[in-house]
Ligand binder design. Structure first.
Ligand SMILES: [Zn+2]
Length: 422
């Protein structure tokens, strides 16, 4: 079987070949366990659990090592533990167990290795020491920081320029940093926080280096596939590449980088910071569907919330969309893409309306949608506050209010005032 993957490193779909077919290695960045996960967090395990299953089918179950870590030391965990007045171990055990149970309910296969960050402190310290010795990191005020100026390829994965990264980091530049974009490998801990003895005093690891240390410990210095959500590409994965490559004498860290897209709600990423999350049990109860059905949503749909006014998202149409998208994916591709909750994906909604209009007008070429026409889209110029009273009571889309450019066509179409279904 020929396996093709969208490699974020090259931005191309490439045929996958293992560096050692008798030991194919894949690593997925796992959860930080300080609360119950929401269904958006499940997308990565669902997608890449499927990929691991496929790899095992191709190479043999005993020839694939799939690791998904647990981050069990983090400022958010510390805050949750302090709030309840319990050690961090109580919080992390509780939510790591809940995470494993939720994934099992979704039918996600357990990974072969589940490394915990706190079990790899020695390796993290060794890696920091090696980076300092090679001139890629420096100690300052109890911290150890990676010097991004020492690695010329920094920014290659996320394709960001040095200026962009510095602009992003300029918001809060600590005085002990040599460069604004330098990132923390180790940081000091006060007595009330969890910490481990190190050459730089009592402290705890930064988030990025945990994954590098755990990957090297269980899968080797060069792995076949590194997976994760596309929101982790910068800075987390970029930093992983920098510190692993520099700590291992310039060896390639991951040969293929694969990223899943985000689960969206009304066009916005589902995230705790936006307050639009839904836990698995809540999703299951509100839709009246089993977690297995939610699994399908996590893998191939942009959202699971039913939209009462959007006919293309009614329940009866779901099988049609399942068929359509399963046809589209004869091979496994992890390229992030917009999928069918049309309110969640206004661009797609506009495209379908254009398809309808193109057929009626017999246009010769596809118009290109430059922006969304959904009146409720957060990207539309007016936003909700500026919508008309009619829109505020009922969702009515005006896809032709979008800017449309007719490429390779001389025919300029009249612009109807509302979409055909209205
Ligand atoms: Zn990671």
């Amino acid at each position: 079987m020929k396996l093709q993957l969208h490699n974020t490193l090259t931005r191309r779909v490439e045929a996958f070949s293992a560096q050692d077919p008798s030991r194919v290695t894949m690593y997925l960045c796992g959860p930080t366990v300080y609360n119950y996960v929401h269904i958006g967090n499940a997308r990565g395990p669902v997608v890449f659990g499927l990929l691991a299953r496929l790899l095992k089918r191709i190479y043999g179950a005993t020839h694939v090592v799939y690791a998904r870590n647990i981050t069990d030391v983090d400022d958010k965990i510390n805050a949750a533990a302090a709030e309840l007045g319990v050690p961090i171990g109580v919080i992390t055990q509780r939510y790591a167990k809940a995470y494993a149970e939720d994934m099992a309910k979704l039918g996600v296969d357990a990974p072969d290795v589940v490394p915990y960050a706190t079990q790899h402190i020695d390796r993290i310290i060794t890696m920091c020491e090696r980076l300092i010795a090679d001139g890629h990191a420096y100690a300052a005020e109890g911290h150890v920081l990676f010097d991004v100026s020492s690695y010329a390829q920094y920014g290659h994965l996320s394709r960001r320029s040095r200026e962009d990264m510095i602009d992003g980091a300029r918001v809060e530049v600590a005085p002990y940093k040599k460069n604004a974009a330098d990132f923390v490998l180790w940081k000091p801990s006060t007595p009330d926080l969890p910490g481990w003895d190190s050459p730089w005093g009592r402290g705890r690891p930064g988030w990025h280096i945990e994954c590098s240390a755990m990957t090297a410990a269980h899968l080797g210095e060069t792995i076949d596939i590194h997976a994760g959500g596309n929101d982790l590409m910068f800075p987390h994965h970029e930093n992983e590449v920098a510190q692993s490559t520099c700590a291992h004498g310039g060896k390639v860290f991951a040969r293929y980088w694969v990223h899943n897209g985000m689960l969206t709600v009304e066009g916005r990423k589902m995230s705790k910071s936006l307050g639009n999350t839904m836990q698995l049990t809540t999703a299951s109860r509100s839709t009246g569907r089993s977690p297995r059905w939610i699994r399908h949503g996590a893998r191939s749909m942009a959202g699971i919330r039913r939209c009462a006014t959007c006919p293309l998202y009614r329940r009866r149409n779901l099988p049609k969309y399942r068929r359509r998208f399963s046809k589209r994916s004869p091979t496994i591709s992890t390229r992030p893409r917009r999928l069918p909750c049309l309110r969640a994906s206004p661009t797609m909604h506009a495209k379908l309306q254009i398809h309808k209009y193109r057929k009626t007008q017999k246009l010769r070429s596809w118009p290109q949608v430059l922006s969304s026409g959904c009146c409720r889209s957060s990207r539309s110029s007016g936003s909700r506050a500026a919508t008309t009273p009619a829109h505020s009571t009922r969702h009515r889309c005006r896809p032709w209010s979008t800017r449309v450019r007719l490429r390779n066509s001389r025919r300029i179409s009249p612009r109807p005032t509302a979409c055909a279904r209205n």
